[in-house]
Design a protein around this ligand. Structure first.
Ligand SMILES: C[S@@+](CC[C@H](N)C(=O)[O-])C[C@H]1O[C@@H](n2cnc3c(N)ncnc32)[C@H](O)[C@@H]1O
Length: 232
C-alpha cells in the first residue's frame, strides 16, 4: 500500500469543503471543481465504454469517494468500489453506500484483486483517473489477477490516462522536472504512451482498444481512455 498516496488523498478530503466531492478527488480546474457538464461527459464515456446494461455488476478500482461510482452503480445491479484512502471511503460510506447493492471497501486495489474474498460476480470493471498512481508491476499484477479471479468480467474501462507523447503540452517548461513522468506519487502519476499501456494490458491477458477523447473534454489534449477485453 502506498502510504504517501493514502495521505495525499486524505489531505484533499480535509482541505475541501464538506460535500465538495469533486475537490476531494482533485477533479478541479484552476482550483475549482470542474463544471457539471464535464462530469456528465465522463459518466457518459464510462457508460458507453463499458456497454453497461441493467444486469451488470461493476467493480470500481480506485473509486475515491464514490462520486462517479454511484452514477454507474445506479444504472445497473450495483457494484463495489475500492480505494486506498480511508477518508475518501468514509465519505463514500456516508453519502453513497446502499447495501447490499452499492458497497465501498477500504483497500489497496492490487491487494483487493489478489486476496479479497470476491463474493459478487462482477461483469464489468473500471478505473478512472487513478491508474497512473500504480507502478507497471502493480498494473500488471492487478490486471492479471482481475483476469484470473474475475472471469465473468467481459469489459473494463480504464479512463483518463495521461499520454507521455503529449506531456510537454501539459507542463510548462519550468514546471517539468525530469523523471517526474515515472513517479506514481506525483499528482499526475506515471505518464504512459498508448503503446506502453497496450503492452502492459497485453502482458496481463487483455486486449486494449485506445480511444482519443472528444475535444469538449477539458483534458482531451493530453489524455486518452482504454477499453480492455479479455484475450482468449
Ligand atoms: C484522482 S482520484 C480518482 C477517484 C475516482 N476514480 C474518481 O474519478 O472520482 C485517484 C484515486 O486513486 C486512489 N488510489 C491511488 N492508488 C491506489 C491504490 N494502490 N489502491 C487503491 N486506491 C488507490 C486514490 O486514493 C484516489 O482516490
Amino acid at each position: 500500500m502506498s502510504e504517501n498516496i493514502r495521505r495525499r488523498y486524505n489531505e484533499y478530503v480535509r482541505t475541501a469543503a464538506p460535500g465538495d466531492f469533486l475537490s476531494q478527488v482533485r477533479r478541479t480546474l484552476d482550483g475549482k471543481p470542474v463544471p457539471a457538464e464535464q462530469v456528465e461527459l465522463i459518466v457518459d464515456r464510462i457508460l458507453t465504454g463499458l456497454l453497461l446494461v441493467g444486469e451488470d455488476t461493476v467493480l470500481d478500482l480506485c473509486c475515491g469517494n464514490g462520486v462517479l461510482s454511484d452514477r454507474i452503480f445506479e444504472r445497473c445491479l450495483g457494484g463495489t468500489g475500492v480505494d486506498i484512502s480511508d477518508e475518501l471511503i468514509a465519505v463514500a460510506h456516508e453519502n453513497f453506500e446502499r447495501l447490499p447493492e452499492r458497497r465501498y471497501i477500504w483497500s489497496d486495489v492490487v491487494d483487493y484483486v489478489q486476496n479479497a474474498q470476491l463474493d459478487r460476480e462482477f461483469t464489468k470493471a473500471f478505473c478512472y483517473g487513478s491508474l497512473p498512481h500504480l507502478t507497471d508491476d502493480a498494473v500488471q499484477t492487478m490486471l492479471a489477477e482481475l483476469r484470473r479471479r474475475c472471469p465473468t468480467i467481459t469489459r473494463a474501462f480504464i479512463g483518463n490516462l495521461p499520454d507521455k507523447a503529449h506531456m510537454m503540452e501539459f507542463y510548462y517548461e519550468d514546471a517539468y522536472v525530469p523523471g517526474m513522468e515515472d513517479d506514481p506519487e506525483t499528482s499526475m502519476g506515471i505518464w504512459r504512451t498508448q503503446d506502453e499501456f497496450s503492452a502492459l494490458a497485453e502482458s496481463a491477458g487483455w486486449s486494449a482498444e485506445l480511444l482519443n477523447i472528444s475535444p469538449g473534454y477539458y483534458a482531451a489534449y493530453y489524455r486518452y481512455d482504454a477499453i480492455l477485453t479479455p484475450n482468449p
